[in-house]
Design a binder for this molecule. Structure first.
Ligand code: C2E
Ligand code: CA
Ligand code: CA
Length: 422
């Protein structure tokens, strides 16, 4: 075995990679450096033994050799490989396979990319940066590739910008609301609307709540934002009473709002002359957070319900609910997260999970809304479970209030009745 080779896979090792990086930097040749590793590798070693782990690394090395010559692939340690692609003429990235096989099992990989000279000018920085990008890829979703520049430019810059401007978001007119119709399965018509916040920024355009809500929660700004949203909802309910005779507004309430002392008094005060309107509100609270401050939340849920507000548990099935706690908390509805719908009608596993959720909800006398219904195939498949309502792009996307109120029940009925040709 050569001294520059790895004992297990026979790939070149880290020392050899550093020599090669120095050589290319010395020649001022442009190149891309990729860092690659197996998702959940440690778990595989722990659960299936080191022999399987070793076989996995050898297979991964051979899969990488199908993409690039063996001479530019390196194993540094553990399950971490690097790959150098010299003088790439385009910004096109290597297409890594979605998964690779080992002894009948499928595995996924995450990878990061740093570019010379754009990302860094020394071999050590390049290694650090592409490892960092790989870790980010793994942490965000796994089974993906991320370039170092993209983290800097897109995510970090936007996050920093939002953090710096979160106060202005309220005072400038950057705040607006969208409304997504929720469909009653039995009646085949709109039964309510989920209210979704947006930030229309003069520089960045529309910023997703997935970016600004966590920052608003960390900074405490979520409280005035939710208050502003509630004032707007009250105005809407008053201005279009005939429209809301039998329909509700579903509002996302952060646990930070709920546990803040002033929240329920604010709500009672806001609606003191229009108490009946509180019955038109449904508060959606994300499952994961519900079980942290359990006793306090239990008390707050009770108070809200005594005011006439309906409570639903959002993103149901994605947190780690304890059934014991679930049984002790009083709420009215569960919103089944879109991850269980995405792969219908093919995913047997998701069908089993949906079946269990359906019978749990039935036995606990909870209403159910299914999120993320995107096509007639999913709708038809879901019809077997008798869920109460559906929400998703197939029926209607989130839209401005006027458009949402104009969605007509005839159109919804047609979609509900359309049979997919599976
Ligand atoms: P959520 O509460 O789970 O809201 C549903 C999300 O799914 C919305 O994303 C909606 O646009 C999207 N969606 C609806 N139908 C489909 C579909 O068929 N396919 C797919 N792929 N997506 C669909 P959005 O508006 O980007 O909101 C993201 C999250 O941000 C929300 O998830 C909620 O957790 C949070 N959020 C939004 N508005 C507010 C708010 O006013 N207050 C708080 N606290 N959180 C909010
Ligand atoms: Ca929601
Ligand atoms: Ca949800």
């Amino acid at each position: 075995m050569e001294k520059n080779r790895d004992y297990l896979t026979n790939a070149h090792n880290r020392n050899h990679m550093i020599d090669k990086l120095n050589e290319l930097i010395g020649k001022k040749s442009w190149f891309h450096l990729y860092c690659i590793d197996v998702d959940s590798f440690r778990k595989t070693n722990r659960l299936k033994g080191f022999q399987r782990g070793d076989a996995l690394l050898i297979n991964l090395f051979h899969s990488l050799c199908d993409l690039c010559p063996e001479s530019v692939i390196f194993r540094s340690h553990g399950d971490q490989f690097f790959m150098i692609v010299e003088e790439p003429h385009t910004r096109n990235l290597i297409s890594f396979p979605n998964c690779f096989e080992c002894e009948g099992y499928q595995y996924t990989i995450s990878s990061g990319l740093a570019r010379y000279p754009e990302s860094a000018s020394t071999w050590s920085d390049l290694i650090i940066y592409c490892e960092f990008a790989k870790e980010k890829a793994k942490a965000s979703k796994g089974n993906s590739l991320l370039a170092y520049e993209d983290i800097n430019l897109e995510k970090n810059e936007l996050n920093d910008y939002v953090e710096e401007n979160i106060h202005q978001f309220l005072t400038e007119n950057w705040f607006y609301l969208l409304f997504q119709p929720i469909i009653s399965v039995m009646e085949k018509k709109v039964e309510g609307y989920e209210v979704l916040m947006r930030w229309n920024d003069p520089t960045f355009g529309v910023i997703s709540p997935k970016v600004f809500i966590p920052i608003a929660e960390d900074s405490g700004m979520i409280i005035p934002l939710t208050k502003k949203l509630l004032c707007e909802c009250k105005r809407i309910l008053i201005s279009a009473p005939s429209h809301f005779e039998s329909r509700y507004l579903a509002i996302n309430i952060s646990v930070i709002d709920l546990i803040s002392e002033g929240f329920i008094p604010f709500l009672a005060d806001l609606f003191q002359d229009d108490e009946a309107l509180l019955k038109k509100l449904e508060f959606e609270i994300t499952e994961t957070y519900c079980f942290n401050n359990f006793d306090l939340l239990k008390e707050k849920f009770k108070k809200l319900q005594s005011l006439g507000i309906t409570i639903s548990i959002d993103d149901f099935g994605t947190g780690f609910s304890s059934f014991e706690k679930l049984a002790r908390l009083k709420f009215n509805r569960i919103k089944i997260d879109q991850v269980f719908i995405r792969n219908l009608p093919d995913s047997e596993k998701d069908l089993l999970i949906l079946h269990s959720i359906a019978s749990l909800a039935k036995n606990m006398r909870l209403k159910t809304t299914v999120e993320g219904v995107m096509n007639p195939y999913q709708q038809e498949c879901l019809n077997q479970f008798c869920f109460n309502s559906y929400q998703g792009y197939y029926f209607a996307k989130p839209m401005h209030l006027n458009e949402a109120l104009a969605v007509c029940d005839e159109d919804i009925k047609r979609k509900c009745n359309s049979r997919s040709k599976i």
